[in-house]
Design a binder for this molecule. Sequence first.
Ligand code: HEM
Length: 865
Amino acid sequence: MQNTSRCFRLATCLTLILLLSVGASFVRAHASLDRADPSPNARLGRTPDAFHLWFTEPVEPEFSRVALRDSSGALVESPPAAVSADGMGMTLTTGDLPDGVYTVVWRVVSAADGHPTQGSYPVVIGAAAPAASLASDGADAVTIPIDSAAVRWINLISLALLGGLPAFALWVCRDARTERRLWALSWTGWLAVGAASILLLLLQTAILAGEITPSALANALFSSRFGALWLARIALWVLYGLAVMLLWQPSAGSAGNAPRRRAALVAGVMLAAGIQATQSLFSHAAGVEANAALVIAADWLHLIAMSAWVGGLVGVIAAAPLLHAEPAALGRVVARFSNLARAAVALLIVTGASAALAQVGSFEALTTTAHGAALIVKLILLAPLLLIAAVNLLLNGRRLRAGAAVWAGRLRLLAGVELALALAILVAAGLMTAIPPARVALAERLGAPPPPDSSYFEMEVEGGVMVHLTITPGLVGENTFIVELLDDATGAPITDASLIRLRLEHRTANLGESELRPVHEADGRYVAVGSNLSLPGDWRVRITVQRPDQFDTLVDFAPSIPAAAPPVESPESASQNSSDVEAGDSRDAVGDPVRLVPARSGAPWLITSAGALFRPGETGGWAREPLAAQVRDATIGFGGVIWAAADEGVYRSRDGVWERISDFPARTLVSTHGYLFALGAGGFLRAAEGVLEQDVRQIDAPESDQRAADFVMLGSHSHALLNGTDVYMTGSLGLGWTPLDAPADVRRITTDAAGNLLAVGDATITRWEWSTNTWSLRLALGGGAPIDELVEFKGALYGLSEGQVVRLMADGAREAAFASEGGVSDMAFQYPDTLWALDAAAMTLVSTRDGCTWSAAAVTLAGGG
Ligand code: HEM
C-alpha cells in the first residue's frame, strides 16, 4: 500500500510538471519554404497568373495559409490558397494588381511532424520601388523551443515507463516480492502517458491554430493527420489501461495467476509498441523523402529499444531494495536485465546510426546545426552510460549471484547514475525532435535566397498591432530604422502613436542600452536615423508603442548585424574596372552574338563568339561589360549581381565592379534558389549568391572524368546534374549523389512546369517524376536532327534544332516555330512569359509571348558594330 501511494505521489508530481509547462507560449516557427514562383524579390512586368509556393514537406491543408499584403500592409482580397494534391504546394491567385511592392505572407504546418513554419517575402510588380528594404525570408532564427522540447522529453519518459516496465516484469523479474511495485509503476507510466498526450494535443493545437480554444482543439483533432494519430494513440492507451490494470492484478507477495499475468504483460508490451508507432508516424522520420517506411520503422525500433532499456532501469532500481536480502535472486535479475539491455543498446546504436544518416546526413550538418549539436551531446553522454552498464553487467551481477550483499546498494547507486544519464540523453532527444533536422536546417541555410542587401526586415504581431521593422543598410554604423505600424485586423496604418521607442542592446557585448525615438513620417511609418548598432553580432531591439486609450505594445526583434565590409577589389578586378573596351572595337574583333542571357526583366544580355559580354544599354543597343575574359556563359543573380563563366575562371560583378572569385574554368552557369553553380570539366563550383557571402566551394562530379554539363532544381528541392551523358541527383547541393539511371544517353536536361526532370536523348525525351522516382516517356522524337536546347513554354515543348526553333508535337512531329536564313544560335526562356531567340547572322533578336507571334529587334553592339 505504501509503495502504491508513493507511486501515486510520483505520478502527481509528474503530471504537475507537465501541466506547468503548458503555461509557456507554444508558438514558434522555422522556415521550410522550398521555392516559390515568382521567386522572392522577383521583379515582374505584370501580375503573375498565380503565386506558387512549394514546401519541403506536405502541409496540413486546414491549417496552412498564404496571403498577399500590399505595401501599406493591407490584405489583398483573394480566394483561400489552394493546396496541391500531394500537399507540397500552395497556390494563391489574385485579380490584376496595381504596380507596387507586395509581400507574400505564409504560415503552414507540416503534416509529417506537425512543426509550424511561417515567413514572408516581397515581390515587385511593375515600375515600383525596389524591394531591397523589404526583403525577408522567414528563415528560422534557430531559437530553442524550450516548452516544446520539455513536453517531448516528458512524453519520452512516459513512453519509456509504459513499454519498459511490462517488458521488465515479463522477461526480467518474475519475483512475487516485486510484483505490486512494478504494477504500481506501470500504472504511473500509464497516467504519465495520458497527461503527456494531453500536453501534446495542447502543444500541437497551439502550433496549428495559434491559440487553444475548444474549436481549435476540435479542428486539430478531427482535421489533421496529427489528430488522427492522436486519437489512435488514445484508443491504444485506453486498451492498455484495461489490459494491464485489470488483467494483471498482483496481490502482495504473490505473482497471482501466471497465464493471466503473462497475457496482461504481453498485451501491455504490444499496446505500448502501438503507441510508440503513432509517435514515429508523427516525427521527423515521417518527413523524409526517400525510404520513408524504412526510416519510420528504424525510428520506431529506436523508441522501443530506448523504452526497454530506460524502463528496465527504473524496474531494476525499484526491485533492488525488495530483493536486498537475497543477493543471488537480485544477481539473476541483473543478469537477465543485462541481456535485455545489451540487445536494446545494440538496436539503439544501429537504428540511431540509420536515423543520423537520414536526419543529419553530413559532417557539415552535424557540426553546424543545433540538431547536430544535440546529437553530439547525446553521443558524448552515451560513452559513460555504456561504461556504467558494463560495470553493472560484468561486476555487479556476478558478485550478487555469488551472494555479496554489499553489491546490492552499489547496484542501486550505479543504476541510478545510469538512469540519470539516460534521462539526460532523452533531453537531447526531445530537443532534437522539437527543432528542424540538421539535414533540412543545412539545406535551408545553403539554399535560402539571401536578401538582396543586408537590410533587416521582420514583422511581429502583438496585441492587434502589426509592427514591421526595417533597418537599412543593416550594417555596423549609421542605419535608418523604419517602424511601420498597421492594424492587424484591417491593415489600416496606425498614425496616432504618441510615443515610439526603440531600445537597442547588444546581446553579448556589455554596451548598455541605447534609445531611439522615431518620428511619424506618413501613413503609420515612423523613421529614425542613428549609429546605435555599433558592433557586429546579435542585437535585441525592443519597440514600445504607446497610443491614447490603448495598452502599450511591446515587441522584441533580434537582428544579426554583420560588420560593414567594403567590397574588396582584387588587383585583377581593378585592372578590369579601368575597362578593356576600346571604343570602336570592330565586330570582327568581338565576334557575333551567339548566346542569350535572360535578364530579370527587359532585353537579355548577349555573349559573342569571341567571349565578350554585352549588357542591354539604357538607350537601346548593347554595351560591352568591362571584363577581359573569354566569357562562355553569364547569369543575372539576386540583387543584380552578375556572374560570368570564362576560360580564365568565374567572375562576379557588383555595382559594376568585376572580381574573379575562382580560377575554375567554367562553361555553364546555373543560378537556383540563392545559389550559383559554375559547371566545368569534372565538377563544379558552388557559391552563395548573397552579396556578403564569400562561401565558394569546388565539388567533384560523380564521374569526374566527364563534363558537368547542366544542373537543374527539381520540384522536390533536390538538384539533377547532367554529367557526361548520365544524370545524377543530389539532395545536398552536391555533397552526395544518386544515379538516376536514365533510359538512354542524355544530351540536355531541363524541368517541366511541375518541377519534373526532362532528359533529352537522341530519339526520346524522357521525364523523371520527383514525386514517384520513376522515368516515363515524355515524347518519342521520331528521328530528325538532335535537339540542342529544350524549353517548356505555354504548355508545349520547344526545341532548338539545326538553327530553327521547333515546336514538338505530341506525336513527335516538329513544327517550325521560328526559322531564319542565318539560323538561330540560341534560345532561352525568360520569366514570366517570354521566349527569346537570337539570329546571329542577321543580328536580330526575336521574342514571343504566345509561341505564335514573334517580334524582332535589331542587335547593335556598342563598340562592336
Ligand atoms: C549511437 C547512438 C545514437 C544515435 C546515433 C542516435 C541518433 C538519433 C537520431 C538521429 C534521432 C532522430 C532525432 C529526430 O527525429 O530529429 C534519435 C531520436 C531519438 N533517440 Fe537516439 N541515438 C542514439 C542513442 C540513443 C540512446 C542511447 C537513447 C536513449 C537512451 C536514444 C533515444 C532517442 C529517442 C527517444 C529519440 C526520439 C525518437 C522519436 O521521438 O521518434 N537514442 N536518435
